[in-house]
Design a protein around this ligand. Structure first.
Ligand code: NAP
Length: 259
């Protein structure tokens, strides 16, 4: 399928590794001009050079970082915004400080809000655009020890739907993607630490995850970043013009419901 991305410019936040990088690489392969982002100059430079992309360093956990990124893009027509930058943390409610909640909110929620505020009106003016929020299966299935993360991902889906309500009759769409457990670099580090703590091999620890906590997964394995990227690239494409205001699941069937 030709995704019609040649001539389109895409900003993918948090794209020096993991799901963001896979999305950036897939969009670049499909012919889009891609802008990648992260906090570290060296990693941004290396990724940009590997993908033939433009790189912009910005810490999107701060309003100043988002402003800097938007300033760098003043002269650029951004057609596709993928709000991917985000992190997770496992901590029970009683150990979560107010700062933990605000920190989660700043990156996982406000980065997408600030960039959408800067770029979405221009998409409406151009009568074409795609905004995609990378949410999670936890949008619908909060983990008991990740409530602050689940809150942030529910907010992503809600903001996407709200923004989509402002696109009526235009060529702009806004959607969220509810991603299930995915073997990104970030998750890999977490799993390795877990395995070490449990005194188990990494393979055993992964297997236990799918017989325990993630038992409802229908695919019984982690998704690959590429499996997520393929869905996001489709949503970003001209072919996805009929999908707007949706929360699309790429979760391996882990949420036990049809919709
Ligand atoms: N992996 C999963 O199982 C899973 C499941 C559901 C949803 N998701 C969502 O998918 C997204 C990506 O997750 P991932 O697992 O691929 O993450 P990851 O492997 O940890 O990668 C995160 C990326 O974001 C960048 N980043 C982190 N903090 C940033 C900041 N303050 N400003 C700008 N960039 C920043 C990192 O680059 P630097 O460190 O170089 O800055 C890196 O490129 C997140 O929103 C996550 O919630 C992931």
């Amino acid at each position: 399928m030709n995704l019609g991305l040649v001539g389109k410019t895409a900003l993918v936040t948090g794209s020096t590794q993991g799901i963001g990088r896979a999305i950036a690489e897939t969009l670049a392969k499909e012919g889009a001009s891609v802008i990648i982002n992260g906090r570290n100059q060296k990693r941004v430079d290396e990724t940009a050079s590997a993908l033939g992309a433009r790189g912009i360093v910005a810490d999107l956990a701060t309003a100043a970082g988002a402003e800097n990124l938007l300033r760098e893009l003043q002269e650029t027509k951004v057609d596709i915004l993928v709000n991917n930058a985000g992190y997770f943390e496992v901590k029970p409610l009683e150990e979560l400080s107010d700062d933990d909640w605000y920190k989660m909110f700043e990156l996982n929620v406000m980065s997408g809000v600030r960039l959408s505020k800067g770029l979405f009106p221009k998409m409406l003016a151009n009568n074409w655009g795609r905004v995609i929020f990378i949410a999670s299966e936890q949008t619908m299935k909060p983990h008991p020890h990740m409530i602050h993360y689940a809150m942030s991902k529910a907010a992503n889906a809600s903001i996407a739907r709200g923004l989509a309500e402002n696109t009526k009759g235009t060529g702009v769409t806004v959607n969220s993607v509810l991603v299930g457990p995915t073997l990104s670099e970030g998750v890999d580090v977490f799993l390795e630490k877990n395995a070490k703590r449990e005194g188990q091999s990494l393979e055993k620890s992964k297997k236990n995850f799918f017989s325990g906590e993630a038992a409802s997964s229908l695919i019984q394995r982690h998704l690959t970043p590429q499996e997520v990227a393929d869905q996001v690239a489709f949503l970003a494409s001209v072919n996805a013009s009929g999908i707007n205001g949706a929360a699309q699941r790429v979760d391996g069937g882990i949420v036990r419901s049809m919709v």
